[in-house]
Write a protein that binds this ligand. Structure first.
Ligand code: UDP
Length: 140
């Protein structure tokens, strides 16, 4: 299995409850290494651009408002099969459907305020990493 990278966001509901460390520990315990990390306040334009794929969905406006409602921690994670490994430890989008032991089962408040984002493919991981990080900010 190849070592790859994925992109993660610790969302405002989690930073607000001081769960940055707890979420990061679950990522690390799942075999992922944090090779870049920064705490930022996203602008509306940044959030709209990031979630542009969802712009026709009914929840888009609320999702953007949620993502700018407080600081987020954007991270690049590295590990074997990183995209899948991260999706597995995140759990289902809706915490009601998430498996025991996943981040969203442990911490998510709702289908919207679900504590973490993770890229869904290697291709999107590259696009999302490039959206938030300069190459020199990533130290493997
Ligand atoms: N979302 C929402 N309502 C929905 C579905 C999704 O607010 O009915 C939000 C939620 O924060 C989710 C994000 O939109 O994490 C992106 O949705 P996606 O279907 O890509 O889920 P994910 O890949 O994050 O599991």
């Amino acid at each position: 299995m190849a070592v790859t990278r994925t992109f993660s966001i610790i969302k405002p509901d989690a930073t607000r409850r001081n769960l940055t460390g707890a979420v990061t520990k679950m990522l690390e315990d799942a075999g992922l290494r944090v090779v870049a990390s920064k705490r930022i306040q996203m602008t509306k334009e940044q959030a709209e651009g990031f979630y542009a794929v969802h712009k026709e969905r009914p929840f888009f406006g609320e999702l953007v408002e949620f993502m700018i409602s407080g600081p987020v921690v954007v991270q690049v994670l590295e590990g074997e099969d990183a995209v899948k490994r991260n999706r597995d430890i995140m759990g289902a989008t809706n915490p009601a459907d998430a498996d025991e032991g996943t981040i969203r089962k442990c911490f998510a408040e709702s289908i919207e305020a679900n504590s973490v984002h993770g890229s869904d493919s290697d291709e999107n991981a590259k696009i999302e990493i490039d959206y938030f990080f300069k190459p020199e900010e990533i130290v493997g």
